[in-house]
Design a binder for this molecule. Structure first.
Ligand code: FE2
Length: 353
């Protein structure tokens, strides 16, 4: 078959999602629409998980991603569920057989230091085969304990030779100061290129002089920031009257500072956000709106992020063609702005099988 025109790109990478919670939103609707109710609802569902259920939903979701052009997925898994940890780690070979590369982050959804046993479960998830060390410093009890959880994550990662990927400062609190600690740790331990800070929504509300300082530090430390605009445009700003903050991190200014920014989908019909489709054009489309990225150059950069910077956790973009194996996408529209406008997805997805 010969196609004329259109656009060829590498496959898309998804740097931030939660396959353990995907497709569960209808089982426990988030009635307040808040992050905290999402966490509570998930905690209730988590206690009833079975390996079969986690595996079936993860495969269904991964296939939704792949059909829409995403062949690399980094999922966080809640280390509060040993069942989910083992199911997702065990799923990696099966997904690879389908042409989908999976990385699993040991994510302590309810903190490492908040209660006895949580640190042990988090460490056990690394022992069970997770690829990446996670943390959630803004959810720890105190500022000091948040910083301590960041240091613990880096120490564990360095000891095991693993990268780090944190849910970092997913709050509207302008006083939240974990991102600077993440950068300092990355610099001190020489982990440039091995660290992802997800969300970073506090940066949206930080005072200008502080935001400028920390964004410079992010670039210097080689920390990749992943914005998750679908979730954060609805989960942030919930304590605001009007004007109501958007809560999505400062993508334009991070770019200007020289930092690497990725775009995550985050939730695919889970207790936090019911509307996910696993089409990465959706968070890209949302980001151009809420991030004021509607200049021609910015829209193109947003689209290219999906198959460019989003591959940061894998060390760079996927191959297009090698030794008879093609992993690529073909889009009917050559124009990235049209691709974002229609969000039709690629017409051809070659999985390299
Ligand atoms: Fe997340």
């Amino acid at each position: 078959m010969v196609h004329v025109g259109g656009r060829l790109t590498p496959p898309i990478a998804e740097p931030h999602c939660h396959l353990d919670a995907a497709l569960l939103g209808a089982r426990a609707p988030n009635r307040s629409g808040t992050l905290r109710e999402g966490i509570r609802n998930w905690a209730a569902l988590r206690s009833e998980l079975t390996a079969e259920d986690v595996t079936a939903r993860a495969i269904e979701t991964a296939e939704m991603y792949a059909a829409r052009g995403t062949l690399r997925i980094r999922t966080h898994v809640d280390t509060g569920s040993r069942v989910a940890v083992e199911a997702l780690v065990a799923l990696k070979p099966e997904l690879l057989r389908r042409g989908i590369e999976l990385q699993v982050v040991a994510f302590p959804q309810e903190g490492i230091l908040r209660a006895p046993g949580r640190r042990a479960a988090w460490e056990a998830a690394i022992d069970a085969g997770c690829d990446v060390v996670g943390a959630i410093p803004h959810f720890e009890r105190t500022t000091e304990e948040g910083w301590e959880s960041v240091r613990l994550a880096f120490a564990l990662a360095e000891e095991r030779g693993l990268p780090v990927d944190l849910h970092c400062d997913e709050t509207d609190d302008p006083q939240c100061r974990n991102l600077e600690v993440v950068c300092a740790q990355a610099l001190d331990r020489g982990m440039a290129g091995l660290v992802v800070a997800g969300h970073c929504t506090a940066l949206h509300s930080a005072p200008e002089p502080y935001a400028a300082k920390v964004m410079e530090l992010v670039a210097e430390a080689g920390v990749m920031v992943v914005a998750n605009p679908l979730d954060n445009i609805v989960l942030q700003g919930r304590y605001d009257g009007y004007p109501r903050r958007r809560g999505v991190t400062r993508v334009d200014q991070l770019w200007a500072a020289g930092a690497t920014v990725g775009i995550g989908h985050d939730s695919v019909q889970d207790p936090w956000y019911r509307l996910g489709t696993a089409c990465m054009l959706d968070p890209a489309w949302m980001l151009v709106h809420v991030g004021h990225l509607t200049s021609e150059a910015d829209m193109i950069k947003v689209f290219e992020t999906l198959h460019g910077a989003n591959h940061g956790p894998w060390g760079g973009p996927d191959l297009l063609y090698e030794e008879g194996r093609a992993r690529l996408l073909w889009w009917e529209d050559a124009d990235p702005v049209e691709i974002l406008r229609t969000r039709k997805g690629p017409a051809v997805v070659e999985r390299g099988l």
